[in-house]
Design a protein around this ligand. Sequence first.
Ligand code: BG6
Length: 488
Amino acid sequence: MPFPDNFLWGAAVAANQCEGGFLQGNKGISNTDVITRGSLENPRQITYTVNHRRQKTALMNMENIPEDAEFVCFDDETYPNHESTDFYHHYKEDIALMKDLGLKAFRMSISWPRIFPLGNDEEPNEAGLAFYEEIFRGLKEAGIEPIVTINHYEIPIHLTELWGSWLDRRMITCFLNYCETIFMRYKDLVHYWLTFNEINHVNLVPFLAAGITKKDPRSLAVASHYELVAAAKAVSLGRRINPNFKFGCMIGHTQAYPYTCKPEDIYARWDFMSRCYLYSDVQVRGYYPTYQLKKWDREGIRPEITEQDRKDLQAGTVDFISFSYYHSGVQAADLAVLKMTGGNLSRGGKNPYLPTTEWGWQIDPMGLRMALIELYDRYQKPLFIVENGLGAKDQLVNGRVHDPYRIAYLKAHIEAMMLAIEVDGVELLGYTPWSFIDLVSAGTGEYRKRYGLVYVDKQDDGSGDYQRYRKDSFRWYREVIRTNGSNI
Ligand code: BG6
């Protein structure tokens, strides 16, 4: 079998999408707390007031939000992340389910505003620290390795109102303060850390990914640079606190194909891929690739990169590359030739050879194999697939959820991983499919777009009692883990 004995079979979630516990335990308000429910047809909205007047801006393809906006929740809107699937109150039961599943690893995130409610508080919030400590102790008892994302789409909204979030260099200090607090507290309980979830997605959803309210190219470049410096400094800081920590970058990866073999289409494909390779290039190699510096110079938007920044980036390179992979896409020199379809916080060119999910995401296990080959070839560092899965409208009937479509999706992607390891020689540390348990969709804010191996009775109309049910995919994945991938 290609999978090594210590392969980290896992499953993933993010705090903002599964925890709930809004304002409980002194939690502060985050950017995701002011985003409404949406659907495939109706985009999620960011809500705020300007001079006490109600305003809304669509999350995807957002318009710039005025600098004096005050982010608020309106009584007549629904904010699904406030409740999510209530991991906050069910974590003990959920860890027992993880143990039953046989998980070796659990990818989760810490909510920054649960630890620092405003983001720049003098002292951390003990209730928040104690909450995660209990989870990590529970995971340890269950023999499950936590893989912790330090920042998964959750910025204390106070920092957006104060400085425009990552548009301001002072964010680095706040972020490092938060990192130091959690590294010190959990240094014997957590060993694997991911810095920013899908750091490249600041370009797709600036408010969700980075809490910023502007989307012009210079703002995106500045925010990206500060996040990259903060990530590198966090790595160096963590290594000083515990030399055994392992750090990964986390990239949202879409494997793209050229529309035709026309050289211009091949270049367009490369240009698209470079927009996400930029981030892993910096985090793995420790310096900006020349293609990006040239691009910024051409556009006149190069952010200020100080001598100290260069040293910090060089010092804080990562141990492994983690990434999400859900679908592939198609790129062309002339975008008008493409038929468009859905994708992860984005839209992309349609590929006539691939089936899609109900949300239009193109199912392509071979794309995962090629992503693994390309990333390993580029960096020669271990890889970790920390998100991969199928969003579908599952039906709970008599306490059972039959989800053969999810089993088929996961099986095909695990087979692609096997080939990448065995035939192509890729070094893969683990696999944490999205998601361990049903949660709120990041893109549409729905419950009915379910990814979990565990079903949660919580519905978009607000009904449901949060009861947990093992889906068929849970039982199937348990066997995969038990046999270390030999019985899929
Ligand atoms: C990734 C995110 O982009 O994709 C997750 O890291 C997200 O937070 C996942 O939930 C699936 O996307 P969606 O929009 O279907 O929830």
